[in-house]
Design a protein around this ligand. Structure first.
Ligand SMILES: *Cc1c(COP(=O)(O)O)cnc(C)c1O
Length: 350
């Protein structure tokens, strides 16, 4: 049997597996839930009717999300991670053969989902400083049906100012602008409040990063009610299971816990940035640039990414390796100490 080329050409997403004592590769929160919260969640699980299908809309979770982020629950669609939401949006709003603009470097899954949906991808390269070239992006979007990018960006950690995002949205009213704000909890240039102002805007959010619930798989699309109702109608009815819905609703209602964790992560990320910058200043022949970060990770440009990555793995420390650099997620003080000790050992001339 002949299988479609769009399928057979795929390579599986290759997350780092195996057990490493220091995990800084997946941009997760380094805070697990407090024990009292876990006990509270265990109690709530007892109330679930496990023989029944879950709420198709995830009403309680969406209400908790809407109250934390100050949006209307009628503008929110819940999905099995924002990964599912991205596929859903592409399938709903784009026809086969339509044109989707992406930027490079950016989150690699956009291109994968687009090609499975038989959508043509047009990639706009970023500037040498890894910032988005807004004018070039606008020019590309004039002839396209949609554009998607992460802001702040994974993997560069850089952000595009809200004024530039608005300039893009206003310049291309016929192009759907999908802004993936997976890391926007760590910055304050969101366009979440504009989903009712612009018909061509959809914002994505996730529980996997600042909220600290990567295990629960819950992501959200925020858009005007017209598009929200279309997305809700098109999604598979029971895409979010009852357990995840309950867990995410409970945690999203813990505003002060969430804000505390977010603030701590921002402090730790800035510490990591400072330490890596110092290392970069001492080993300029090996480490090119450390980028100022708007996320919970730091991107280090280096031609020796693969070598450093492999030596760190051998020492039980996992980071994410890219062709031109390393993406290192913020961790605890102890994890940073271990990472920096090991980097020091690797970089030292013998
Ligand atoms: C981590 C991440 C997501 C989140 O994906 P989930 O499926 O919600 O876990 C989305 N977009 C970007 C850019 C990310 O880095």
């Amino acid at each position: 049997m002949k299988l479609p080329n769009k399928l057979t050409k795929l390579k599986a997403y290759d997350p780092i597996t195996g057990s490493y004592s220091v995990r800084l590769d997946a941009n997760e929160s380094y805070f697990d839930l407090p024990t009292v919260m876990k006990a509270k969640l265990a109690d709530q699980l007892e109330q679930i009717d496990f023989n029944r299908y879950p709420d198709p809309i995830a009403t309680e979770t969406i209400e908790a999300f809407a109250s934390y982020y100050q949006v209307s629950p009628d503008c929110v669609t819940a999905g099995n991670g924002s990964d599912e939401i991205i596929t859903l949006i592409l399938n709903c709003f784009m026809e086969k053969g339509a044109k989707l603009v992406t930027v490079s470097p950016d989150f690699s899954m956009y291109g994968v989902y687009a090609s499975l949906s038989e959508i043509e991808v047009i990639t706009v390269p970023k500037k040498d400083n890894l910032q988005i070239d807004t004018s070039a992006l606008i020019a590309a979007c004039k002839n396209a049906d949609a554009v998607v990018f992460s802001n702040p960006c994974n993997p560069t950690s850089l952000g595009l100012a809200r004024t530039d995002v608005i300039r893009l949205i206003e310049a291309v009213p016929d192009c759907l602008v999908i802004v993936d704000e997976a890391y926007m909890d760590f910055w304050d240039e969101s366009v979440l409040d504009l989903v009712n102002k612009y018909e061509n805007l959809i914002v994505l959010r996730t529980c996997s990063k600042a909220i600290g619930l990567a295990a629960a798989r819950m992501g959200f699309a925020v858009a005007d009610t017209y598009k929200t109702n279309l997305l809700r109608a098109a999604k598979s009815p029971y895409n979010c299971d009852a357990i995840s819905q309950k867990i995410c609703a409970t945690v999203l209602n813990e505003h002060s816990l969430l804000q505390h964790c977010r603030d701590e992560i921002i402090v730790q990320t800035q510490r990591l940035y400072t330490s890596l910058s110092e290392l970069c200043a001492r080993y300029p022949d090996i480490l090119d640039t450390v980028y100022p970060t708007r996320t919970n990770f730091v991107f280090v440009k280096t031609s020796y990414a693969k070598e450093i990555f492999e030596q760190l793995l051998q020492a039980g420390i996992s980071v994410r390796c890219f062709p031109n650099g390393l993406r290192i997620c913020a961790g605890t003080r102890r994890e940073h100490t271990l990472l920096l000790q090991e980097l020091e050992r690797i970089l030292q001339p013998n």
